[in-house]
Design a protein around this ligand. Structure first.
Ligand code: ADP
Length: 309
């Protein structure tokens, strides 16, 4: 039997979010209504999603030895993510400093801090340590680009399925693409990377072709409320979104990728894996916040089985 675990290489932050009626102008102070302190970072969110999907999940990343690190680790532990590959380095955990107004408009300063210390040797060590238990490695781009490139190559060499969520979008060297099994950009990330503005199915197909031309096996472009487009050399498929009433779309993409990784590691066929990922993304939009909005396996099972294909 193939190993069913998921390795996530990526960022860990504590998200400090202040809520106010309106965002302050430059130089202005406004009185706010609330502040929350929750686990964040794309790596952590995807690890939470994979673990909630039922996969044994290891997160490879760095936190600082400070109270924010404690908050992040205890949240990861509570969601069932294995902490053995998380390194405490220095005294500064990454922080996302977020402000949200009542209309949902937000701005964010993300300070990577400890996340910048994640290096290629740590990634190699962790892949060696858990390789036998995992079939899939998930990657995003809130860690240093060279480390993400190295992780893709090392994971592919170890025989893992490599899923890259190229978010936040940034230029990547062409050498990364042949190591990527599945790439999961949203419309704007696909546009930024390929230069093809994704506005409809035709343009999404052209963006997908850009990835396949560079050596990616499967381009899976997420289209928010419009669903997703899946393109391989053999087959192009359009998946409509699950009908939900969204309240906050934060972390939909992370829920999608985490559930996709868990489903692929469990050996499910690609179509079923995509449906589960889409259901997880849809459910994440029905609850506010990032990691707290990520659904569990049962909620995804229910949505998938109650919605006709
Ligand atoms: P990101 O959060 O990275 O921008 P998307 O918004 O494309 O990613 O969302 C990822 C997936 O989550 C989509 O492919 C879709 O299946 C699901 N999803 C996102 N927004 C909605 C929505 N409003 N209604 C239903 N499903 C959604």
């Amino acid at each position: 039997m193939k190993p069913e675990g998921v390795i996530v290489v990526g960022s860990i932050t504590t998200d400090v979010t202040a809520f106010s009626r309106r965002l302050p102008h430059r130089g202005e102070t406004v009185l706010g209504d609330d502040v929350t302190l929750v686990l964040g970072g794309k790596g952590a969110n995807q690890a939470v999603a994979a673990a909630r999907a039922g996969a044994p999940t290891w997160l490879v990343g760095c936190v600082g030895k400070d109270p924010f690190g404690e908050i992040a680790l205890s949240a990861l532990r509570s969601h069932g993510v294995a902490l053995t590959e998380i390194r405490p380095v220095g005294d500064r955990t990454g922080v996302a400093h977020i402000r949200v107004d009542t209309s949902g408009e937000n701005d964010i300063v993300m300070a990577p801090l400890a996340n910048s210390d994640l290096n290629a040797d740590m990634v190699d060590e962790s892949i060696r340590a858990v390789r036998d238990k995992a079939g899939v490695l998930l990657l995003q781009l809130e860690i240093r680009t060279e480390v993400a490139c190295h992780a893709a190559e090392a994971a592919a060499r170890a025989g893992l399925t490599v899923v890259l969520d190229p978010a936040p979008a940034q230029p990547l060297p062409d050498r990364i693409w042949p190591h990527v099994t599945v790439v999961t950009p949203n419309e704007s990330e696909a546009g930024a990377l390929t230069g093809v503005e994704v506005v409809d199915d035709e343009s999404a197909k052209r963006a997908a072709a850009w990835f396949l031309d560079r050596g990616v096996r499967h381009a899976l472009i997420t289209l928010g409320a419009a669903g997703a487009l899946s393109v391989t050399a053999e087959r192009t498929r359009r998946f409509p979104a699950y009908p939900v009433v969204p309240v906050d779309t934060t972390a939909a993409g992370d829920a999608f990728t985490g559930f996709l990784g868990a489903a692929l590691a469990a050996g499910l066929d690609t179509g079923t894996a995509i449906s589960r990922a889409m259901a997880a993304g849809a459910l994440a939009t029905t609850r506010p916040g990032a990691s707290p909005s990520i659904p569990d396996r049962k909620a995804v099972d229910e949505l998938v089985s109650s919605t006709p294909p």
